[in-house]
Design a protein around this ligand. Structure first.
Ligand code: PLP
Length: 435
């Protein structure tokens, strides 16, 4: 067992579930061999606890390190903030500068609130939206975090959230009184949304900017029409998609007009910062309800975000992410074609993803992919959060290595001996209690 997995066994003794984020559990990758912990990281490189070096062609800080790990410019700005004090009796001026920057980038908006995590910023957005609309009920599509308003969707049965990124989310502990307050609809499925709105007095609609697929024009036009007709507050959750296609969010590409946009993840290149940006009259409702927390005023997040946004916009980083994502996606398709592997590559290039098409064998095949690429010095899964630090040479070398592994996988499918090739148990796809 590697040192990371040894520590993981220890972690589970003191931390229920082992850590604070499902997506960093080894059970999500290759449970018995995943390095699990890092000692240091730079650019796209990570070193584990045994001194092994990997190229990260997987999650890049679960989508946070959009410029690459340990970026010198961001770190220099943050270090200088640290040396001048980060949390004092007085406010950090950078809170104002960042709010002004976000209003400049979102001309529709007139107010900004800050938080640190995605889930909590969606909870803030939902509180403000409910306060403004005066109605409790929410229709939503996609993943929006761990909080009560969202998990309440599964009070009607755990399958409601199955098609929204994470299957198996348990709503235990979520007040039963929240049952029938939130209603999921599939992305790009206008019919489902129409049905919900006909049946329920919806006050808020929340959608993701994009996950695997882009929103269709029909989908967005209909949301806009329904929202106008019924005076519903619309939240665009750009926590994952924001900064990956434009200087702000996918909504900017489509002409969609949300009332609130929410950012998180990559806005501080790994430092914790999130933002709720909305129309002035909507955001002013934050004055009528209590929303306040000590660490929402801490300085590092603001400083990191200001520097990250400066670098993102100056270099139009999203163009690089799209170009590299496209090369990766086309590379997967070419190699899959060459070895007769059935897979589908999704549209959203900066978070490029392939999906095997082998039904109940998919999880075993993803695990095999991770296992074999680990041997070649790569952290992989079937998605890549592309970053500014991934360049064409890195991708060329990665695809060379993928070729050998795709060939091995195709052989295992052909000979129907996938279990014999696996040196680890198979990864989990959703939420599961760990023992
Ligand atoms: C679209 C979206 N919303 C909300 C969240 C929750 O953010 P966090 O994990 O920072 O709480 C995520 C995280 O993956 C996300 O992708």
């Amino acid at each position: 067992m590697n040192s990371g997995l040894e520590l993981w066994q220890r972690a589970k003794m003191s931390i229920p579930g082992g850590n604070g984020l499902l997506s960093k559990r080894p059970e999500r990758y290759a449970p018995d061999i995943w390095p699990t912990y890092f000692s240091r990281a730079k650019g796209v490189e990570i070193w584990d606890l045994d001194g092994n070096r990997y190229i990260d062609m997987a999650q890049m800080g679960i989508g946070t390190a959009i410029l690459g790990y340990c970026d010198n410019d961001i770190n220099t700005a943050v270090k200088s903030a640290i040396d001048n004090g980060v949390n004092t009796t007085l406010n950090a001026p950078e809170e104002v500068y960042l709010a002004e920057k976000l209003l400049e980038l979102n001309p529709f908006a007139g107010g900004v609130k800050f938080a640190r995590c995605g889930g909590e910023s969606m909870a803030i957005a939902v509180r403000i939206a409910r306060a403004y609309s005066g109605r409790d009920k929410i229709a939503f599509s996609g993943y929006h975090g761990w909080t009560d308003w969202y998990l309440a969707a599964n009070l009607n049965g755990e399958s409601n959230l199955r098609d929204h990124l994470l299957p198996g989310l348990k709503p235990k502990g979520v007040p039963y009184g929240l049952k029938n307050t939130v209603f999921p609809f599939k992305y790009n499925n206008v019919g489902e949304l129409r049905e919900i709105v006909k049946r329920e007095d919806i006050g808020v609609i929340a959608i993701e900017g994009a996950r695997y697929d882009f929103p269709t024009k029909e989908f967005l036009d209909n949301i806009q029409r329904i929202a106008e007709e019924k005076e519903i507050v619309v939240i665009a959750d750009e926590i994952t998609s924001g900064w990956r296609m434009t200087d702000g969010g996918i909504y900017k590409l489509t002409g969609f007009k949300p009332d609130i946009v929410v950012y998180g993840k990559s806005m501080g290149n790994g430092f914790a910062i999130s933002a709720i940006v909305g129309k002035k009259e909507v955001m002013n409702e934050a004055q009528e309800t209590f929303i306040s927390s000590t660490f929402w005023t801490e300085r590092v997040g603001f400083v990191a975000a200001l520097k990250t946004i400066e670098k993102l916009t100056k270099n139009k980083v999203w163009e690089h992410l799209n170009k590299i994502g496209d090369i990766i996606g086309k590379g997967w398709e070419r190699l899959a074609g060459k070895y007769g592997l059935k897979l589908h590559v999704t549209d959203f290039k900066p978070l490029i993803t392939f999906k095997f098409e082998y039904d109940d064998r998919n999880s075993a095949l993803y695990t095999l992919f991770t296992q074999e690429m680990l041997k070649k010095g790569y952290l992989v899964t079937n998605s890549v959060y592309v970053t500014y630090a991934h360049n064409e040479d890195i991708i060329k070398e990665y695809l060379k290595n993928v070729e050998g592994v795709f060939k091995l996988i195709a052989d295992a499918i052909w000979h129907d001996n996938i279990p014999e090739k696996l040196e680890t148990s198979i990864r989990d796809e959703g939420f599961k209690r760990l023992n």
